[in-house]
Ligand binder design. Sequence first.
Ligand code: BGC
Length: 257
Amino acid sequence: MARGRAIRHEHALLRFPLGQEHRETPSKFTLSIDIGGTGIKMLVLDPNGKPVNERLRWLTPQPASPRPVLDVIIQMLATMPRFDRVSVGFPGVVSHGVVHTAPNLDKDSWPGFEVGQELERATRVPVRVINDADLQGYGVIEGRGVELVLTLGTGLGAALFVNGHLVPNLELGHHPFKKGKTYEERVCDAEFRRLGKKEWSERVGEMLDQLAPIFNYDVLHLGGGNAEHVKVALPPNVHLFDNVDGMTGGIRLWDDL
Ligand code: BGC
């Protein structure tokens, strides 16, 4: 595949009907990378989307500007089994391989950065980049009805799927919620640490009570590093998932849906 092509067509997956785009052969191994505000995670998926190695996690360098983040990724790559292509979940708005926002990284240094192209240069394989919650969602959705995905980590990620089709870059975390604060400001990791499990969990419960009658989803998939700390009772249509499950979404970026 020609350099850059994969990046330019990242959302062609969503725009082109089946058959109009080149289909990837299904025999490839995919490196799935999750860039987070606190940790950078990666693992390799076999052609069926099953992890072939244990997830590796290194701390995100601070300040998390593009070069140091790429340097960490490149060092981590050296420990990975063979892969033929790379899928990246980025913690901000990404469109056509270009970063628009990165609220939980060194935010002013990312807009305009062609993260996918830089990684193609480093790995010499095709790279596709989407929002981190979108990628995680691909790993856990059932593909039927309305599915909302929320990730509780450094920030609050959100992804919306309708019959398996993604509505990209849903930035719900930055919507005003309560007491002059956004959803993200109320349930982010910094608040989890400040408030402790009980009070923070109640806030997560309030957020879900607010969102359920707005999105009317069939299923809510709740993940991210802090999902395991949610202590309030959750409705039966809430499905908890872990980061490794989410990262298997890396394989779906190469399906021409
Ligand atoms: C960003 C989202 C991202 C989320 C989780 C938010 O601050 O705006 O794009 O998905 O953090 O990383």
